[in-house]
Write a protein that binds this ligand. Structure first.
Ligand code: SF4
Length: 363
């Protein structure tokens, strides 16, 4: 990447700061820049858009207004508040970090960058975001929005997913940071990426830094940023069972680490090649839960896309036939009343199914 000239640097700093002053969204964590609120917002906004995160943020702050509340909450409550946001390790790490803050920092969010970076679930980006936004420290940051804005401004066409190229973007962000203005400048870069210099159809015609933008000048906006070859989604077919016994439904809890860790789910599993969904369901329930089922009836198919794979959930209802529950992978299992299902955190793909079940008074 070419070195930025002092004139271009000054123009970008001034114009973006001015643009932010005029156009920033009215967001709750911007009211007082209280470290706890900034931290929660930053974790929620990883991989999630502001408009999706906002209702979650409001609910979280109402239910868990302090670090102490997070540290002392049950894991189920934390995950329920996170239900639908995805990347559940973020919520589990929030609680781990809250416990560290209570134990090591007397319940006060630490101010120095290294102590923030040492907290569970906080990487280089989030530490810089909290340091600069909550504590006004001169820490530069780079996220997906910033990569796009800076790569376009500099006409940087290399694959920014490669670590050596991402490093160059970080170096540029550091060079570009106006000292003493990190809170507003970092937010300006991110907000500008979210509202103006968007992935598709950026608003170049209204853009205050259009004259300083190399991608615009060379008509290369659509080719930048270069994020490398597209990754194919892995496709998974899963059979899932609403297993009933005396008006109760069986649910189980996933191990606390790994994908959707700590969430509750209906039992089931992957449909193997050449296997019928009903056969897969019977086999999985026997293998994973240790019980036999009967009267298997199809309910619906739910398609759900995660970041790296697409799931086709073949949903069935069935009756318990015999056997003792003996869990192989799940860490807990319960027979629960239909109306109590809403008290448990479930993966997003199951939420609509539960709503349908409750609406219809059972499967
Ligand atoms: Fe982004 Fe277009 Fe502005 Fe360049 S001119 S910074 S591509 S919005």
């Amino acid at each position: 990447m070419k070195k930025i000239t002092p004139e271009k640097k000054q123009a970008i700093q001034e114009k973006l700061l001015h643009w932010f002053e005029e156009n920033q969204r009215d967001l709750p964590w911007r009211e007082h820049y209280e470290p706890y609120a900034v931290w929660i917002s930053e974790i929620m906004l990883q991989q999630t858009q502001v408009k999706t995160a906002l209702p979650y943020f409001h609910r979280w702050m109402k239910e868990l207004p302090t670090v102490k509340d997070v540290a002392e909450s049950s894991e189920d409550k934390i995950l329920k508040l996170w239900e639908g946001l995805g990347y559940y390790s973020r919520a589990r790490n929030l609680q781990k970090a809250a416990k560290v803050i209570m134990e090591k920092h007397d319940g006060v969010f630490p101010e120095d960058y290294d102590s923030i970076l040492a907290l569970p679930g906080i990487g280089k980006y989030t530490a810089a975001a909290i340091s600069s936004i909550a504590f006004e420290k001169d820490e530069a940051l780079v996220d997906g929005n910033v990569i796009r804005v800076l790569a376009r401004l500099m006409g940087f066409k290399e694959n920014t997913r490669l670590p050596e190229n991402e490093k160059k973007v970080w170096e540029l962000a550091e060079a570009l940071l106006p000292k003493g203005e990190a809170r507003n400048f970092n937010q300006a870069l991110m907000e500008f990426g979210a509202l103006m210099c968007t992935p598709k159809a950026p608003k170049c015609m209204e853009c205050p830094v259009q004259k300083n933008c190399s991608a615009y000048e060379k008509n290369e906006v659509e080719q930048i940023p270069n994020r490398g070859p597209k990754k194919e989604h892995v496709k998974l077919d899963i059979a899932l069972g609403i297993i009933k016994k005396s008006n109760k439904i069986f649910i189980q809890k996933r191990p606390s680490t790994g994908l959707m860790g700590g969430l509750w789910e209906f039992p089931g599993g992957k449909i193997e090649a050449k296997e019928k969904p009903e056969e897969a369901l019977k086999r999985e329930i026997k293998e994973e839960v240790g019980i036999e089922i009967k009267n298997i009836k199809k309910l619906k198919i739910i398609n759900h896309a995660y970041t790296k794979f697409k799931v086709k959930l073949h949903c069935y209802e069935a009756d318990f036939e015999n056997g003792e529950v003996e869990l192989k992978a799940a860490t807990d299992g319960k027979w629960v009343e239909l109306n109590d299902l809403n008290e448990y955190p479930f993966p997003a793909a199951n939420v609509q199914l539960i709503a349908d079940l409750i609406k219809n008074g059972g499967a």
